[in-house]
Write a protein that binds this ligand. Sequence first.
Ligand code: HEC
Length: 568
Amino acid sequence: MRMNFETAKDRFFGRMLRTLTLLLVMVSADTVWAEAGHPLTIAEVSKEEALRLGARMYREGILPSGEPLEAIYRGDIPVTGKAFTCISCHLRSGLGSIEGRVFTPPTNGDILFRPQKSLYKGVEIASMPPRRAAYTDDSLADAIRGGLDPSGRTLNEVMPRYMFTDEDMKFLVLYLKSLSTGFSPGFSDGTLRLATIVSEDVRPEERDAMLVPLQSFVALKNRQAKVYESQPRKARMALPSMESTYLKLTLSLWELKGRPETWRAQLEEYYRREPVFAIAGGITASHWQPIHQFSEDNQVPCVFPVTDLPVVSESDWYTLYLSKGYYQEGEGAARYLNNEEALLNGRAVVQIVRASGKGSALASGFEQSWRDLGRKAPVTLLLEEEKQLTKELLEQVMDRENPAALVLWDDSRALPALDALTAGKNRPAMVIISSGYLGEDLWRINEEVREFTYITYPFRLPQEEAPYLPYVDPSMRNMKLKDDELKIVRKTYSIIQVLSRALTDMRGNYYRDNFLDVIGMMPDLPVPLYERLSFGPGQRYASKGCYIVQLSKGPRPELIKKSGWIVY
Ligand code: HEC
């Protein structure tokens, strides 16, 4: 490698040159903005706007001028923008992280401006902020630009050295001062307040399948806290990871009435009366969108609502879903079909979509993935709400398009037409349908149709699922749960797993962003229903898998895998 032959002098001049270029870039950016009369100094913008611009520096790596930020990493590697945002190491909450042997200390206001002794309640712990004096605005600028802490220690070179002007630095410091200072609403007196949401359109059995296990988890947690509380002080361990054992929880039920358009106002009213820390679970029969937007706008985390109609977004932060629901089945179908080159052979793909929330979620997942895979848009036919997919209509479309594959996003109303396909001369080699949309009717697919019908199935196969209910209130054991109710209980188990682990991992730092950060750092959890729930910083859909299956022959068919859990 060329680098090896570089002399120290070369490196020095190289670095000088890069620094100079960066400075020139910054100077010219300044001039351009000054000429355009753009407010660049912090004095010219409102405090709110200054905080927004500071947050953007911290989270997105963009300077107030709109330019990406620049830094030197590990001594002499110039880096820029998105790859080296502060959140990628210090996390969104600013509370830092431990990865392997690298400890990234907190950069939130509460900790930076206080002297640190590496102590927690009198106990010395390695994973605490390093021993140092309190930061001031100036010494913080020195640390971020020059890598020197207020006690004169040189920071590890994993911490990049950022090239900020004095003015840019003011925005960032203002933001750091506000970051995770004073716990989020919903925590006080050792109690964390949670809510769960149920809308009127949900059947009582389904509502209980979520509510009962969740409530019994909260009751159990509170009983434990009581036991710990009653122990003499000395017996309690002074470790951050033990903080959650004393934590008490409340769980309010927010019931939504009427049409989804009216939910937002109801949610705001509930929230005004009780600003909870987070929403745990929740269940509705319609789209989660109004609740998603409420969470986003009020910065209230929501963990694993039971919904197959989530908002699919790359950038939203506050709602963490179990999966993309119907959308994900659509994606799975597209990826599976994409591998069938011999079958496709340049022929058309026809997509028939029921005009409904479910139909359009399935279709958007399919179309988006299909496009991402570089394919031509499918021929799409929309079935209006009252319209039936008749045998004649289906045959007409097949004769006209002679497609390689038919993707059919409809419920059981489509099954009779599918039967007719068996005899038709232009039968496509493959029909793909959704198990979610068909529900229990999936098992009614006729034997002759099974052979060419492929089904998207975003869960572990029933015959491979452990028969027991891992977390159920004893009172539920006697309830006769139908398949879809059992699914809800199993989803609720995942909510409880993640919630209880997050409470521990927060280590007594009751900030909402910390709650979401620690979930992002969690190892994969073993849960029922999904082959894997995996997390990652910023990821918002925990289960990424979907099987493609077929029904076996015979009167009591089983599902047979035609793909892996993740369809590539
Ligand atoms: C690649 C990972 C990484 C990125 C990106 C990063 N940091 Fe750091 N930062 C660290 C590590 C690791 C340390 C600890 C260094 C040490 O203690 O020797 C640190 C230390 C600090 C400290 C000193 C804390 C103390 O208690 O003394 C501050 C302040 C800081 N970072 C702020 C920032 C800001 C602001 C940004 C974004 C502009 C940022 N960091 C980006 C990894 C990173």
